[in-house]
Ligand binder design. Structure first.
Ligand code: OOB
Length: 526
C-alpha cells in the first residue's frame, strides 16, 4: 500500500493530529455514524429513488462483502467510471470499508485515458456505466468488470452484493481515494488522498459552508471531481446528515424545476455553467421558476469573471462563494459575510490556519507583497507526492515538501488570493483541464503533422479555448481530419482543439523552446 505513496514527515503528522485535523478515523466511519444517528433520513435522491442513511449503509455493506468474496480487499485499486448515480455512493463507501481504493476516472475519459489509468494504477476491477462498458475491452488485463445498468456480457453491480461481514477495514493513514490531477502537464497524475486528510477536507469545508441536517446539496458537476465530491460536496453533505440530490445534467430547463421540487439549498458550478444559469434566470419563462430554497452557489474550477459574479445574487437569489481548489489538496473559499469586493473579485482564502502558502518568483524567492508569483503550498490535506510518480515528484514538489501549484496568484493584504494565470502548460477550458503536452503528443501521431503546439486562446464563455498550431508534413490536414484522428485514438472530447491553424514554423525563444505567447501573432498559412 505504501509503495508509490509519499507520506507526510512524522513531525508534520504529529502536529496535524495534535491540532485535531487528523482524527484517525476512516471515511467508512462517516457513513456508519450517519446510519446510526439518522437512519431514516434521506441520504440520496436519484430520480425516483430515495435511499435513507440506513439503506445506503446496508447497500454499501453488502457490496463490501461481495467485493471481499471476490478477493478484492485492502490496498487493491478499483477504477470507477460512473456518472452521478446513487451506486457511485454505495460503491465508494463499500471500497472505503474494505480499504480498496477508488480511482476516479472522469466521465469524458475514453480509451486513451482509461488505458493510461489502468497502466498506472493496475486496478483489479473496473466499475463502469453501461453506456461506457465497451471501454472494458481496451483494458483486458483488469480482472473484474462490474457494470451499473445493463451489464451486457459483464457482471451487473447488483449481482456483486452479498451477505456477510466486510471484515477488517483500512487504517486512517492509508490511501482512501486516488483523484485525477487537473493541474499537471503530460498525462494525468494520480493524487493519493488518505482517510485522515480527506476526512479533514470534508469536515472542515462542511463546517465553513454551514452544512447541517437541513442541507440539500445538488450534485450538478460530476462527483468524480474533488469539488462536488468533498468540498464539501456530497461527502460533506452526508457527514452532516443532509440530503444529496443527484442532478439531471446542468441544463436550467431540467435543473431549475429539480431545485424547486427537492428544495435544494446548495450546489456547485464551474463558471461557464454560471453564465448559462444567469442567462436562463433572466428569460421570462425561467424566471417564474422558484429558486428560493437555494442559499449557496459555490463556483470554482476556473476563474469566474467579476461581472458574472455580481449578477449571481440579484438573479439567482442566493449567496455566491468562490472556491479555488485543486485535487492535490489546498482549498480557498470566500466566506459568508465577506464584503462584496472580496466575494466578487477574489478566489478566497485558505480553509485551514495551517495551510502554508508562499507566493514566489521563478527563482523561488518570495515576491513583494501584492505581486504576482507562483503559489506553493503545504498543509494537513495537501499531498506530498503523486502516486507512483517519483521522477515527476522531484520537480512538482520543493525539497521542503511544498506542492508547486503551477498557478500564478496575487495575495491581498487580507489574505485572499486572486488567480492570474498559470506557469505550466495546462489550458483551463471552463474547468476542464487540458494537459497541452499530452494532446500535442497525440496530434504528432498523425502522419500529416510535422510539429504541433497547442495553446490557450481567450474565450468569453469558457475563459480559454484550445488552438492547435500545426506545421504540416505535405498537404495540411483539415481540423476535421485531426478531430477524427483524436476520436479514433479515443480521447476525452474536451481535449480536442477548438481551432486549428497552420504555420510554416514556430517562433522559438533563445533556448529553442516554442514561444507560445508569440504564436498567435504568426502569419497563418491556410
Ligand atoms: C479544481 O481542481 P482541479 O484539480 O481540477 O484543478 C485545479 C486547478 C488549479 O490549480 C487552478 O489552476 C484551477 O484549477 N482553478 C481555478 C479555480 N479553481 C480551480 N482557477 C481560477 N479560479 C478558481 N476558482 O478545479 C477544484 C478542486 C476543488 C475545489 C474547486 C476546484
Amino acid at each position: 500500500m505504501t509503495a508509490g505513496f509519499v507520506p507526510w514527515p512524522d513531525e508534520f503528522a504529529r502536529y496535524y493530529r495534535e491540532r485535531g485535523y487528523w482524527r484517525d478515523r476512516t471515511l467508512g466511519a462517516l457513513l456508519d455514524d450517519g446510519a446510526r444517528r439518522w437512519p431514516s433520513r434521506t441520504a440520496v435522491v436519484d430520480g425516483a429513488r430515495r435511499w435513507s442513511y440506513a439503506e445506503l449503509n446496508s447497500r454499501a455493506t453488502r457490496l463490501a462483502c461481495g467485493l471481499r468474496a471476490r478477493g478484492i480487499g485492502h490496498g487493491d485499486r478499483v477504477l470507477v467510471h460512473l456518472p452521478n448515480v446513487a451506486e457511485f455512493l454505495s460503491l465508494t463507501f463499500a471500497l472505503f470499508r474494505i480499504g480498496a481504493v477508488p480511482v476516479l476516472a472522469l466521465l469524458p475519459h475514453r480509451r486513451t485515458e482509461i488505458v493510461h489509468l489502468a497502466r498506472l494504477a493496475t486496478p483489479v476491477a473496473y466499475v463502469v456505466a453501461s453506456e461506457l462498458r465497451n471501454l472494458a475491452y481496451a483494458v483486458p488485463e483488469i480482472e473484474h468488470v462490474f457494470v451499473v445498468g445493463d451489464p451486457g456480457e459483464f457482471t451487473a453491480i447488483e449481482d456483486v452484493a452479498a451477505e456477510g461481514e466486510p471484515g477488517e477495514g483500512p487504517g486512517p493513514d492509508d490511501i482512501a481515494v486516488l483523484l485525477l490531477s487537473g493541474g499537471t502537464t503530460g498525462l494525468p497524475k494520480l493524487v493519493p488522498r488518505t482517510h485522515n486528510d480527506y476526512d479533514y477536507n470534508i469536515r472542515a469545508s462542511a463546517k465553513l459552508c454551514g452544512f447541517n441536517g437541513d442541507t440539500r446539496y445538488l450534485a450538478v458537476l460530476p462527483m468524480a471531481h474533488n469539488f462536488p465530491l468533498a468540498c464539501p460536496g456530497v461527502l460533506g453533505t452526508l457527514s452532516t446528515g443532509g440530503t444529496v440530490v443527484l442532478g439531471a445534467g446542468a441544463d436550467p430547463g431540467a435543473v431549475f424545476p429539480l431545485i424547486k421540487a427537492e428544495r435544494v439549498t446548495a450546489t456547485a458550478l464551474v463558471p461557464p455553467l454560471v453564465l448559462v444559469w444567469l442567462d436562463a434566470a433572466e428569460e421570462p419563462e425561467e424566471s417564474t421558476v422558484d429558486l428560493s430554497s437555494l442559499g449557496l452557489l459555490q463556483v470554482g474550477g476556473s476563474r469566474l469573471k467579476a461581472e458574472a459574479a455580481r449578477r449571481v445574487t440579484p438573479l439567482l437569489g442566493c449567496a455566491l462563494q468562490q472556491v479555488y481548489g485543486m485535487a492535490e489538496g489546498l482549498l480557498n473559499f470566500t466566506r459568508f459575510g465577506d464584503p462584496d469586493a472580496i466575494v466578487n473579485d477574489t478566489q478566497g482564502r485558505p480553509l485551514c490556519a495551517d495551510d502554508e502558502v508562499r507566493v514566489v518568483t521563478d527563482g523561488e524567492e518570495p515576491v513583494p507583497p501584492g505581486d504576482v508569483g507562483e503559489l506553493l503550498v503545504r498543509g494537513p490535506y495537501t499531498i506530498r507526492g503523486y502516486y507512483r510518480a517519483a521522477e515527476h515528484n522531484a520537480g512538482a514538489f520543493t525539497s521542503d515538501g511544498y506542492y508547486r501549484t503551477g498557478d500564478l496568484v496575487r495575495r491581498l493584504p487580507s489574505g485572499e488570493l486572486v488567480v492570474e494565470g498559470r506557469v505550466n502548460d495546462v489550458i483551463n477550458r471552463g474547468g476542464d483541464k487540458i494537459p497541452v503536452e499530452e494532446v500535442e503528443n497525440l496530434l504528432m501521431a498523425h502522419p500529416a503533422v510535422h510539429d504541433v503546439a497547442v495553446v490557450g486562446i481567450p474565450d468569453d464563455v469558457l475563459g480559454e479555448r484550445s488552438c492547435a498550431y500545426v506545421v504540416a508534413r505535405g498537404t495540411p490536414p483539415t481540423r476535421k481530419d485531426l478531430i477524427a484522428h483524436l476520436t479514433e485514438l479515443g480521447v476525452a472530447a474536451f481535449k480536442q482543439p477548438d481551432r486549428v491553424r497552420f504555420v510554416r514554423s514556430f517562433p522559438r525563444n533563445g533556448l529553442g523552446k516554442v514561444d507560445r505567447k508569440a504564436l498567435s501573432t504568426l502569419e497563418i498559412r491556410s
